[in-house]
Design a protein around this ligand. Structure first.
Ligand SMILES: *Cc1c(COP(=O)(O)O)cnc(C)c1O
Length: 376
């Protein structure tokens, strides 16, 4: 190929929707249509009045159903996304010391937030190399375990199990930002299962949602009663009391709530997590099969059971420049398949969240096959 600048993927090969980003991720057209319909009745109206409160209530009920939340678990939400939730946990949920499993950028960030807190002891950190999995392990002097359901930067998913010797007084805090909705989970194994709406829920960013156990709620109440300074924005009990009224402390992004409600309802109507996880198993499976059939590609995650169903990371042979592949893809409308920036690998990263249709993944594969054939 003399001039790759001009490579045009045959339009018959292209996916209907070229967005394969790991977050923010594609929004289904039906969600956008719902947003349009709600243009005058919900958008631009008070979040203290029924229209928006009903929307929040619809999401809270929908998430309770989707995750089959055990008795006593509550859906809490707040502004600021998962990143704000880390600081909320540091302020409001960790008593003295947490254990963090860090297997990539996102799990690392929560560990850093805990390490920086003057009121906490240095956290216990269990790390493993990018692309590999590590699990939390029972430790007597921690009061919270923190790990991620899906490490979005590397494409590693984790089973969600309470550490073997965990006591009732040790909370399990799971960052499910990209895993929630696309991976199966038994919520009873967690005390806080938290996530943002812009990944598997195909909405927009800016909010956090959390399924919280009675133990997590009592911990927050216990800490709120001490003399620890907790900024109001990072107060879990404040978020809880607002959530119980289907509100948030300060103004939420109504459009995000609308998109989120549509996606949760779509998931539930189609069969809930059984539907979404079958779909992510199928779409990620298509990618895994494809990689195994091409010599110049390898799956970055070598342990098959740790390969994520929602984010697939694919290393390219050094003879092919992944940046060139993603540049050509982008010019043809296939976007956001670049690797996580700080990982610095010759890699593609492709998300298969529930909103991604299997036929689009097949078309993506056909398109990338075509590009790779042209470049070799
Ligand atoms: C995207 C992501 C975050 C950060 O989410 P924000 O909503 O941007 O704060 C945290 N954890 C994981 C696992 C993520 O994928």
């Amino acid at each position: 190929m003399s001039n790759s600048q001009t490579l045009t993927i045959p339009s018959t090969l292209l996916p209907t929707d070229g967005r394969f980003g790991s977050g923010p991720s594609r929004v289904r057209p039906e969600q956008m249509a719902a947003l349009d319909r709600a243009g005058r009745t919900v958008m631009g109206t008070s979040h203290r009045q029924p229209a928006v409160k009903n929307l929040v209530g619809r999401i809270r009920r929908g998430l309770t159903d989707l995750f089959d939340a055990p008795d006593g678990y509550e859906v809490v939400l707040g502004n600021g996304g998962a990143t704000a939730f880390w600081d909320t946990a540091v302020s409001s949920l960790i008593r003295t010391r947490s254990q963090h499993v860090t297997i990539g950028e996102f799990s690392q960030k929560f560990a850093e937030a805990a390490a920086a807190a003057p009121h906490l002891q240095d956290p216990s950190v269990i790390s493993s190399a990018p692309g590999t999995l590590a699990l939390p392990t029972g430790e007597a002097d921690v009061d919270a375990y923190a790990y991620a359901h899906n490490e979005t930067s590397t494409g590693v998913m984790s089973p969600i199990i309470r550490p073997h010797s965990a006591t009732d007084d040790q909370l399990v805090l799971v960052d499910a930002t990209s895993g929630a909705g696309g991976l199966s989970v038994d919520i009873e194994q967690t005390d806080v299962y938290y996530f943002s709406p812009q990944k598997s829920f195909a909405a927009d960013g800016g909010l956090w949602f959390a399924l919280c156990s009675p133990a997590a709620i009592s911990r927050a109440e216990e800490i709120a009663a001490t003399d620890r300074w907790i900024p109001q924005f990072l107060s879990f009990t404040t978020a809880l009391s607002n959530s119980r009224k289907d509100q948030t402390l300060n103004t939420p992004a109504t459009a995000t709530l609308l998109l989120m409600a549509e996606q949760v309802d779509w998931m539930n109507k189609n069969g809930g997590l059984d539907f979404t996880t079958a779909r992510t198993a199928e779409t990620s499976g298509l990618l895994h099969q494809w990689v195994e059939g091409r010599d110049e590609l390898t799956l970055f995650v070598t342990e098959p059971s740790a390969r994520s169903q929602v984010v697939t990371t694919i290393d390219l042979d050094s003879a092919i420049d992944a940046a060139e592949v993603t540049r050509i893809a982008r010019a043809n409308g296939i976007i956001d398949i670049e690797p996580y920036r700080k990982l610095g690998r010759n890699q593609l990263r492709i998300a298969t969240f529930p909103a991604v249709d299997p036929s689009d993944v097949q078309a993506l594969i056909a398109s990338l096959d075509w590009v790779l054939d042209q470049l070799s």
